[in-house]
Design a protein around this ligand. Structure first.
Ligand SMILES: Nc1ncnc2c1ncn2[C@@H]1O[C@H](COP(=O)(O)OP(=O)(O)OP(=O)(O)O)[C@@H](O)[C@H]1O
Ligand SMILES: [Mg+2]
Length: 294
């Protein structure tokens, strides 16, 4: 695994390194956020989609990647049907530009693929093709990755490769326990020890409820894992969410003044105020992805 990471680094260098990709102005950074949870059904996909749109509304270039390979939830929420995915690029059947879909909401969308972890086993030539294609995404300001719940290898690969991971929970006791479980795994088992973890409490009845739940999880993580987790914020439980899922129109657009929409705008505003460390462009994402080696 270490060898593969070195080999990838070499390819990056030869390509002039991801950060200095020719299409990219100097000083440009791409923030990569993975959205995950311990328990399923806590609102990850809704948050990924609407957060992406909220970013786009700030004038940012946003790419949303659906890495929940089994369910393809994002397609449903955005009411689009991709006919190609990342695996086609890995297999050199498509160029990246051919699988990036435009949406009605100012964000771009890429369907993930079962077998994305195949990039760990590509030979040098195949890897070069993929790296070059992947680096064309360096123009984005933000890449948001919606993962499946739980601790599958695929989820952890994406999480390990991101700059930041947003862990979603709800007030349900089982969701809280599982949120702690995934935080523990991220904190203890991944190579990317610099990863910044932030907690978002979805479906709360009050701001106070969100704060209390996050305090509990954050304190336990500090005490038992010695890992800092930040509180990102909360989203109200609100019928506007369910209604928008049924209409297949994101709630930020369908109900812009509903409580969840105001919450997500507030959260995005806060994230924008925090800086993140980007050392070597998008190349680091692939390198970390291949290095994770659980
Ligand atoms: N803030 C909210 N208010 C009301 N209902 C919500 C809220 N957030 C999520 N839901 C409900 O929870 C359902 C599941 O949400 P979503 O599909 O985003 O979860 P998920 O974590 O991505 O699930 P999975 O683990 O299956 O991928 C939604 O269809 C919606 O009905
Ligand atoms: Mg989902």
């Amino acid at each position: 695994m270490e060898d593969q990471a070195t080999e990838l680094k070499e390819i990056m260098k030869q390509r002039g390194n991801g950060a200095q990709n020719s299409a990219r102005p100097a000083g440009h950074k791409t923030r990569i956020i993975a959205i995950t949870s311990g328990k399923g059904g806590v609102g990850k996909t809704n948050i990924a989609v609407n957060m992406a749109i909220a970013y786009a509304q700030l004038g940012k270039k946003v790419i949303l990647i659906d890495a929940d390979l089994g369910m393809a939830n994002v397609n449903v929420l955005l009411n689009i049907v991709p006919n190609a995915n990342l695996l086609h690029v890995i297999n050199q059947q498509r160029k990246m530009s051919e699988i990036v879909l435009e949406t009605d909401y100012g964000i771009k969308f890429i369907a993930g693929a079962n077998g994305f972890s195949r990039i760990a086993n590509l030979n040098e030539k195949e890897l070069q093709y993929f790296v070059e294609e992947f680096l064309t995404l360096s123009n984005a300001d933000i890449i948001i990755i919606d993962t499946a719940a739980g601790i599958s290898n695929n989820v952890l690969s994406f999480v390990a490769a991101a700059d930041e991971v947003f862990v979603i929970t709800t007030p349900e006791p089982t969701a809280i326990t599982d949120a702690y479980g995934i935080i523990k795994i991220i904190a203890t088992e991944l190579h990317n020890t610099n990863i910044s973890m932030k907690l978002l409490v979805n479906r709360v009845q009050s701001a106070d409820e969100g704060r209390k739940i996050s305090d509990r999880i954050i304190n336990i993580a500090a005490q038992f894992l010695n890992h800092k987790v930040d509180y990102l914020g909360f989203i109200y439980d609100d019928p506007a969410v369910t209604a928008s899922v049924i209409r297949q129109k994101p709630w930020l657009v369908a109900s812009p003044s509903a409580k969840p929409s105001l919450c997500i705008k507030h959260i995005v505003g806060r994230i924008e105020k925090t800086d993140f460390i980007e050392e070597e462009g998008l190349g680091r994402f692939l390198r970390r992805f291949r290095k994770k080696g659980r």
